[in-house]
Every structure is written in structure tokens, then in C-alpha cells.
Ligand binder design. Structure first.
Ligand code: GRF
Length: 194
């Protein structure tokens, strides 16, 4: 199964997925797409022999539909079956998401449905929470609201700050996302074979 990973930044989750999808794994990362040429993940993907393309949002704005059509063109050109968002900072429109319904995943750095959106760690600390974590979910039009597939948990330590918590949650993300994607692809392939 051909997988595309969409990034905007360092791509640490992208690397975990690339490194997991080898050998007997039924998925292969065929494409990394970034919405900005500044994404540090681009060179990491290329260094691993993965095709990386930039569809620069700055080139298309404010024409969001043209931007998302350019994304779609790359996905079709590489015969992609499944999209994994990994630090992708563009909120995809309803038409794009509708065309990928059931085949687009995201990892979010909170225990959804708590703390949708940004600054998740600081919000958990400010709320006095004892537990934080990450969630892998299907992507739907409403932000960070799709079917939850799995979650990873991290205790919030006394005197924790957002940076230290983010780093500890990221460790869990790197374990969770590959595990969920492997199971998700197995389930998709089982459905196709029935
Ligand atoms: C991570 O916290 C991830 O949960 C969120 O973006 C952050 C950076 O991810 N989606 P990465 O290092 O670019 O994979």
C-alpha cells in the first residue's frame, strides 16, 4: 500500500513511519509532501531515498483550492492509497478530506477530545492535568475530531514545562503512530480482500 506523509516541519513522526515501513510491512512511504520549502523533514526524507515534493502554500495563497488541487495532483501521480499527516500545519478543506475519507490519518499531541488545536501541552499544564499524551485519529472536516484509533499516555511531572512535556509526548508519538498505521493498513487490505 502506497503511503504519503504530509509535513510542515522537522518530520520526526515522518521518520518513525519511514523507518517502520520496511521489510514485510504491507505499506511503503512513496512520497513526502511539504507545504513549505522550509520543512527540515524534506532533506531527511531525501536522505532515506524517499521522493519529497514541496507544494508551497505561499505560491498559491489565497487560492486554497488551487493549493489543495496541487497536493492532489502529486498524490495521484504517485498512486497514493493512504495519507499520514505528521506535523502538517495546513487545515485541509472539506472537499479534499471528503475525497480521502477513511484514508487520511493524523497524530495530535493531546488526549483528544481534550485540547484540539495548538499549544496542547501548555494548556494541559495550566489546567492542572496529571496525564497528557497523543492521539492518532482519522481526519474529518472538523479539526482534530475524527474517529480516535489509539492514544499514548504520559504523566505530567511536578514543575513540568511545555517544552519538557512536548519532548516526552513526542517519544510516545514515535511509538504509537507506526503501530497504528501498520494495523490500519492491515485492516484496509483485509477489507479489500473480502
Ligand atoms: C508533534 O507534536 C505532532 O504531534 C504534531 O506536530 C509536532 C511535530 O511533529 N502534529 P514532527 O516532529 O514534525 O513529526
Amino acid at each position: 500500500m502506497n503511503v504519503a506523509i504530509l509535513i510542515s516541519g522537522s518530520g520526526s513522526n515522518m521518520l518513525s513511519l519511514i523507518d517502520d515501513m520496511t521489510g514485510p510491512h504491507p505499506g511503503r512511504v512513496r512520497l513526502v509532501l511539504s507545504n513549505t520549502p522550509k520543512a527540515a523533514g524534506i532533506s531527511k526524507a531525501v536522505a532515506r531515498g524517499i521522493t519529497a515534493k514541496v507544494v508551497d502554500y505561499q505560491t498559491y495563497k489565497p487560492n486554497i483550492s488551487a493549493f489543495e488541487q496541487a497536493l492532489q495532483n502529486q498524490l495521484e501521480a504517485h498512486k497514493i492509497d493512504l495519507i499520514c499527516l505528521a506535523g502538517f500545519m495546513h487545515i485541509l478543506g472539506s472537499n479534499f478530506i471528503a475525497s480521502w475519507k477513511g484514508r487520511i490519518l493524523n497524530i495530535h499531541p493531546s488526549l483528544l477530545p481534550k485540547y484540539k488545536g495548538l499549544d496542547t501541552h501548555q494548556r494541559a499544564i495550566d489546567a492542572g492535568d496529571y496525564i497528557a499524551g497523543c492521539t492518532v485519529h482519522e481526519v474529518v472536516t472538523e479539526l482534530d475530531s475524527g474517529r480516535i484509533l489509539a492514544q499514548g499516555y504520559v504523566n505530567i511531572l511536578p514543575d513540568e514545562d511545555a517544552l519538557s512535556l512536548a519532548a516526552r509526548v513526542l517519544v510516545q508519538e514515535h511509538l504509537l503512530y507506526p503501530k497504528v498505521v501498520r494495523e490500519f493498513i492491515d485492516n484496509l487490505l483485509n477489507k479489500i480482500s473480502q
